[in-house]
Design a protein around this ligand. Structure first.
Ligand SMILES: [Zn+2]
Ligand SMILES: [Zn+2]
Ligand SMILES: [Zn+2]
Length: 341
């Protein structure tokens, strides 16, 4: 089965070829995730002096900053790709655009214990991780220099300098990342054309067709997107329209916690704990830019994307911008739906 589908969220084209499915699984089948043996980990409780000072933490009362007694702890990334103390300056070099390396790059440690998998943490702990995302995004959006706050989690990718202790990262930047910008523009165009939210329309259509719905709860729906950019990709969407993740209320946060835990457990069970990225997509900072994104509260819809990384991007992706996926989203949804956790 070969088919090329257009992703309505980004405009990217995805080449589906199920003949290559076995090849991917042959590469994958002998792999089993093993908790890495780490003798000394700076993210563990008790090793606070080895990290930069915390910018926020959830701690037991009576405990001091940068000392034990926390259950979630956030601090600047030692290997930060951007620096908060740089001045923000945008300037041209001839025809080229340059911005200084101003920005904020933080680590969100999701548990004081040396555990690696987010979905194995207790419910209350995962909920507080999501709540910390919300609090940190809200706080950083008060700075008008920061146009976007991205929260992402890399699991099991073995990337340079990565730590296995369960954590997420936050990147607040004076520019909007390209992939988000693509999504924002697609949603804006769709709204201008139809006067409806693209994501709400996708939710309606997927609920009716059912073939790409993995599961749903009272407030959330989890789908395999029609033109998933990677195999077994999942989108978690709130059923109630809102452009801002950071406006999530406590009952929605509880529901989202269940949803994230179930989604990650299904993925871990079906694919023997695969590497994945999880990203939160919310609207950009609208301070000082009221005109530019004038319909954003109607046209954008926050969501979480979970993308397993079963293989590296190939020359096809790098060279052409086409994505390649051997698993049709309908099949991925069926398999994930039937995975009992
Ligand atoms: Zn640790
Ligand atoms: Zn919507
Ligand atoms: Zn997105």
């Amino acid at each position: 089965m070969k088919e090329i589908r257009k992703d309505p969220f980004t405009g990217h084209w995805v080449v589906f070829n199920s003949a290559l499915r076995d090849k991917i699984f042959e590469f994958w089948k002998d792999r089993h995730y093993e908790t890495p043996k780490i003798e000394k980990c700076s993210f563990c409780e008790g090793n606070e002096s080895e990290t930069p000072s915390e910018t926020m933490a959830y701690r037991h009362s009576g405990t001091q900053s940068n000392k034990p007694g926390w259950w979630i702890r956030i601090f600047e990334n030692k290997g930060a790709v951007l620096q908060p103390d740089e001045d923000l300056d945008r300037h041209p070099i001839g025809m080229y655009d340059v911005t200084t390396g101003f920005g904020i790059h933080e680590i969100i440690v999701e548990t004081p214990k040396h555990l690696t998998q987010l979905e194995e943490l207790p419910f209350g702990q995962v909920r507080d991780v999501l709540w910390a995302f919300k609090e940190r995004i809200s706080a950083l959006k008060k700075d008008p220099r920061l146009k976007y706050v991205t929260i992402f989690k890399n699991f099991g990718l073995g990337t340079f300098g990565s730590m296995e202790h369960s954590h997420s990262q936050l990147l607040a930047t004076p520019i909007i990342p390209r992939k988000i910008k693509d999504e924002l523009m697609q949603s804006k165009d769709y709204y201008q054309d139809k006067e409806r939210c693209l994501f709400c329309d996708v939710i309606k259509q997927e609920s009716r067709m059912k073939e790409r719905v993995i599961f749903e709860t009272d407030n959330m729906i989890v789908i395999s997107p029609f033109a998933a950019l990677s195999p077994y990709e999942m989108f978690i969407l709130p059923k109630k329209h809102n452009h801002l993740f950071e406006e999530i209320n406590p009952p929605e946060a509880n529901d989202l916690t269940d949803t994230v835990i179930i989604a990650l457990k299904k993925l871990a069970k079906l694919l023997s704990v695969p590497p994945y990225t999880l990203t939160v997509h919310t609207a950009p900072n609208l301070i000082n830019r009221p005109g530019y994104w004038s319909t954003i509260m109607f046209d954008f819809h926050w969501h979480i994307e979970i993308s397993p990384r079963l293989y590296r991007m190939s020359g096809l992706e790098w060279g052409t911008g086409f994505f390649f996926n051997p698993i049709l989203p309908e099949i991925a949804a069926e398999e994930l739906k039937n995975t009992v956790i």
